[in-house]
Ligand binder design. Structure first.
Ligand code: ZN
Length: 188
């Protein structure tokens, strides 16, 4: 405050030192994007249509599936439901809704259940496709694309450690069988 030629502005009500997180609390996601112009931070996954899973960038908790991602017309990566949602039951998802200061227009803040990371907002009274719209910051997400069984085998056989692979990609339930087969194949 008051440094480098901005002296006095604080008293006039224009405080340039306001952190972006304050604006995120004050504005709707759409307003925030439109007025604060930090679209480059939020746009990484906005138009990503590849199949895979979006994980929390902090501790890798799976949050959203590409199957539930849709174009909401907003500047945020939007999802109709979180991973683990079963009907209207959200007990198994990795996301918590923060109630305070929420309204229909601002939505509720959503955070990662595992690490408290701020993820974005959820709007619970939108018409389509599920009645819920999760507007999520791309910067809070790490996308892990699904790959084919064949590609996964080939990567294992090429010598990429399994731990390294799992940090890059999401593999369906058959992964254990693939690894077993790949190891057998490797020892022939
Ligand atoms: Zn997290």
């Amino acid at each position: 405050k008051g440094a480098g030629g901005w002296e006095g502005l604080g008293e006039l009500g224009c405080d340039k030192s306001d952190a972006t997180t304050d604006w995120q609390k004050k504005l709707t996601p759409e307003q925030f994007y439109a007025t604060r112009k930090i679209g480059t931070e939020f746009g990484i996954y906005l138009n990503n249509t590849k199949p895979g899973v979006y994980h929390c960038v902090c501790f890798n908790a799976p949050l959203f599936s590409s199957e539930k991602k849709y174009d909401s017309g907003t500047a945020w990566a939007s999802f109709s439901e979180a991973c683990g949602t079963c009907g209207s039951d959200e007990n198994s998802i990795n996301i918590l809704r923060r109630q305070e200061n929420s309204s229909e227009s601002t939505g509720k803040e959503v955070i990662c259940k595992q690490c408290d990371a701020h993820l974005g907002h959820v709007f619970d009274y939108v018409p389509e496709p599920s009645g819920h719209r999760f507007c999520i910051s791309s910067v809070a997400l790490k996308f892990k694309p699904f790959i084919s069984r064949l590609d996964y085998c080939n990567l294992l056989l090429a010598g990429l450690p399994r731990s390294h692979l799992s940090s890059l990609i999401s593999v369906q339930n058959s992964a254990a069988r693939i690894i077993h087969l790949a190891r057998r194949f490797d020892h022939v």
